[in-house]
Design a protein. Structure first.
Length: 72
């Protein structure tokens, strides 16, 4: 399944110091997947002592990363 990043996601990752590789790892191997608004998914994965949350949108076979952030 191809994974792409929205412009917003790329800006937020840079601002938050999160690498694209880590985000892709969580998208491909999440600890948990929750439904979100507008048909989006919240994919969560542990990253050290914090949780990385990645908001995604699926269109056909493509996953688009909307944003990602760390939760304490």
């Amino acid at each position: 399944m191809p994974i792409t990043f929205s412009e917003h996601a790329l800006e937020q990752l840079e601002k938050r110091g999160i690498t694209q590789e880590v985000v892709i790892e969580v998208v491909q191997n999440p600890n948990e997947v929750l439904s979100s608004f507008r048909g989006r998914k919240l994919r969560r994965g542990k990253l050290g002592g914090t949780m990385l949350e990645v908001v995604t949108k699926t269109e056909g076979s493509r996953i688009t990363i909307i944003t990602a952030y760390l939760e304490d």
